[in-house]
Design a binder for this molecule. Structure first.
Ligand SMILES: Nc1ncnc2c1ncn2[C@@H]1O[C@H](COP(=O)(O)OP(=O)(O)OP(=O)(O)O)[C@@H](O)[C@H]1O
Length: 347
């Protein structure tokens, strides 16, 4: 039901000696909202998803839904008892069943006619009513993904877990499917978790992103907030490019070669790191102020161009300009920092 919570608290999943695959991860999913779990390969995303689904046992911690314990000290509900739909990366459709029968497969209650009617509705909701009689090998990758989504959503699960559901699809189809999938998930009012290693995808689909690195959830929050206010360099890099400058606080400010910014709640003399997104490097050719730099490289990047710039102290930084900007390699420019795209974190 809308507003119900799935709460993962200090979850630990271990497969061998040494660092656990999931290391005291805490995460809260809300029904009706989509959360993206973003992290590099091997960071423990699938292990956490499998633990929520009941496919892995927790070594410590709890998974609870609407106050009921699914995994805990002495509890481990079977996956079937969790009202949890899962879409795997390879869709895992039954090859010998039609699209309609694949969707009907997970439905246990009601007459056969009722189940097929509901399955037909679910297929229609992912715009595949006309493919009801097709077998998986007769469907495109995108269509198979939508059948898998319809199958997982058919029993109206409280929680939907999707493991890299858009990988292996081309860019345009990915964008289309993302939109259709998030729409279907919000309509179904499930608590949805989408695992991805693609930052752009996470930002496009999610109300909330959880950043995972080496088994640890390093930060959780709304996409814009995570982008603009990372808690560490690791968290910042998981979402995109960032420049990091190590410096000391002086008179309440942290200075970088591109300018200083306020460092509230930091002591004078404290060593800190200033993290600066590429959008926060402002290029000014007309001004006499700002840090002198030379453009060493210009690289096309769709609607914008990526620039490498060498500062007077030899440090290289990256910035972006609109593709219409005529700046090119060899140009001398002045740079300054836009505070809105910079944060001070512990060094
Ligand atoms: N069944 C298993 N047995 C042993 N080790 C495992 C098992 N499953 C995962 N691991 C290990 O746990 C760690 C986390 O793996 P996991 O698949 O959860 O990461 P991931 O972030 O989903 O990676 P990817 O994006 O590549 O799928 C890895 O070091 C992996 O080798």
């Amino acid at each position: 039901m809308k507003g119900d919570l799935l709460e993962v608290c200090d979850a630990v999943v271990s497969f061998a000696e040494g660092r656990p695959a999931v290391d005291r991860a805490s995460l809260s999913l809300t029904c009706g909202r989509v959360t993206a779990l973003l992290g590099p390969s091997g960071s423990g995303k699938s292990s956490l998803l499998r633990a929520i689904a009941g496919l892995e046992r927790l070594e410590a911690g709890t998974v609870r839904f609407a106050g009921k314990t699914w995994s805990g000290d002495t509890v481990h509900l079977d996956p079937e008892a969790r009202r949890c739909g899962v879409v795997f990366q390879d869709y895992a459709l039954f090859p010998h069943l039609t699209a309609l029968d694949n969707v009907a497969f997970g439905l246990r209650s009601g007459s056969s006619a009722k189940r097929r009617e509901l399955a037909r509705d679910r297929l229609a909701s992912v715009e595949l009513a006309h493919k009801a009689k097709s077998y998986p090998h007769e469907l495109s990758g995108g269509e198979q993904q939508r059948v898998a989504l319809a199958r997982a959503l058919a029993p109206s699960p409280d929680v939907m877990l999707l493991d890299e559901p858009f990988s292996g699809l081309d860019r345009r189809l990915r964008a289309e499917l993302r939109e259709a999938t998030t729409h279907a998930l919000r309509e179904a009012e499930t608590a949805a978790l989408i695992v991805t290693h693609d930052a752009e995808e996470a930002m496009a689909v999610a109300d909330q992103i959880a950043l995972m690195n080496k088994g640890v959830i390093v930060q959780t929050g709304a996409p814009d907030r995570l982008y603009l206010s990372p808690v560490s360099e690791t968290a910042a890099r998981l979402l995109g490019d960032v420049e990091a400058f190590i410096t000391r606080v002086e008179s309440g400010r942290a200075s970088t070669p591109l300018g200083a910014l306020a460092a509230p709640r930091r002591d004078d003399g404290e060593q800190v790191k200033v993290l600066l997104r590429p959008e926060g490097i402002v290029i000014d050719r007309a001004s006499a102020d700002g840090a002198l730099a030379q453009v060493t490289m210009r690289q096309a990047a769709g609607g914008s161009a990526r620039l490498s710039l060498r500062l007077e102290n030899g440090r290289e930084v990256s910035a972006r300009v609109p593709v219409t900007d005529t700046i090119r390699a060899g140009d001398a420019v002045r740079l300054r920092l836009d505070e809105r795209f910079a944060v001070v974190v512990t060094a």
